[in-house]
Write a protein that binds this ligand. Structure first.
Ligand code: ACO
Length: 325
């Protein structure tokens, strides 16, 4: 039986680092508050020439190099993002142009912070039909363009970046084992961003109602932990896998307290939960592929290991995926 395996990973982060101490000068906050409430110390902020599509393309090139493929080998490009350079064309089409991946069709997918996981699931379904396909799944965001830099409730949380995975079919006994995705649109108001994106600065008006991310933090927190733990239980039950057999959990990186609560819910030591939210903050759809790439390049993923991915984001959307690496 063919399964979808990840054969290359890559990530790209903007040059500029914004620290909690920098934020102290911008809003009424402190390094102590941000660190204890969120675990975030720094985040990356995109500068000129670092649009979502540029970061996505950089990450993609690294993933392709690891996979030993060229852009011409690609059949499909999926980009999970809520901050495409523009509403039309899709970020995925800009990546396709940037890479010169002439054979690939390309589209964006909006599932907020769950964008990468949803994209991986779509890729998995295409690969069920045609295992020979080479699919690039990317999570990429420049959230700094959609944050209200005067709202201390949100501006301390987010960062920019991109991660990419090349996925194809394999008869080896590994790859995506199970995936469960969920949505609940009835709770949309708890976390939303109304305005359409634009790379035209004149059309980006941060003071404009609806142009920045708005969030009911406590409600999001409670829902995130409950939903991710439940999705994880469902994929583990489906595959008959005990949680202690999982080598590493890579959750969406939003807040260290969410990750600790998740570890408690799963009765897993925190060492089994991958954490890099301290360095990059919440990069929405990009957190999981950036973390996969980091863990992969650091040698934390060995062939045959069980890897769990889980996410939660605006929509609400959430899910979990179990992979034998
Ligand atoms: N600096 C200092 N004080 C602040 C800041 C800040 N940056 N932000 C809020 N406060 C204040 C509030 O004004 C409030 O003051 P008050 O008591 O005088 O009214 C106080 O701190 C407590 O505010 P709460 O919102 O209740 O603080 P809480 O402990 O819930 O932490 C946080 C807030 C960090 C947002 C938390 O709710 C959280 O992490 N929620 C998850 C949301 C999240 O991560 N969203 C990302 C997108 S969704 C996702 O990716 C899963």
């Amino acid at each position: 039986m063919s399964r979808s395996i990840i054969i290359g990973t890559g990530s790209a982060l903007p040059e500029r680092v914004l620290t909690n101490f920098d934020l102290e000068k911008m809003v009424d906050t402190s390094d102590e508050w941000i660190t204890t409430r969120t675990g975030i110390k720094t985040r990356r902020i995109a500068g000129p020439g670092e649009n979502t599509s540029n970061l996505a393309s950089l990450a993609a090139r690294k993933a392709l190099a690891m996979a030993g493929l060229t852009p011409a080998d690609l059949d499909l490009i999926i980009v999970g993002t809520i901050t495409p350079d523009m509403t039309m064309p899709s970020c995925a089409c800009l990546v396709q142009k940037e890479l010169g991946a002439a054979k690939a069709f390309a589209f964006d997918l909006n599932a907020a912070c769950s964008g990468f996981l949803f994209g991986l699931d779509v890729a998995d379904k295409y690969l069920c039909a045609n295992p020979a396909m080479k699919i690039l799944v990317i999570g990429a965001e420049t959230l700094s363009s959609r944050v209200d830099w005067q709202d201390r409730n949100t501006c301390v949380l987010f960062g920019d970046g991109a991660g990419a995975c090349v996925v194809t079919g394999s008869d080896a006994d590994r790859g995506v084992l199970a995936s469960r995705l969920f949505a609940d649109g009835s709770l949309w108001e708890l976390l939303h961003l109304e305005a359409a994106p634009s790379q035209n600065p004149e059309l980006r008006r941060p003071g404009q109602e609806g142009a920045a991310i708005r969030m009911a933090g406590r409600e999001v927190f409670k829902n995130a932990v409950r939903a991710m733990a439940d999705a994880i239980q469902q994929v583990l039950t489906q595959e008959g896998v005990a949680v202690d057999r999982v080598r590493l959990v890579i959750p969406h990186q939003a807040n260290i307290r969410i990750l600790k609560s998740l570890a408690d819910h799963l009765s897993l030591p925190l060492e089994k939960i991958y954490v890099n939210v301290d360095k990059y903050g919440n990069t929405s759809a990009a957190t999981i592929p950036i973390a996969i790439d980091e863990a992969n390049r650091a040698g934390r993923l060995r062939e045959g290991d069980l890897l769990l991915l889980c996410s939660f984001g605006g929509g609400f959307t959430w899910g979990a995926t179990l992979i034998r690496w």
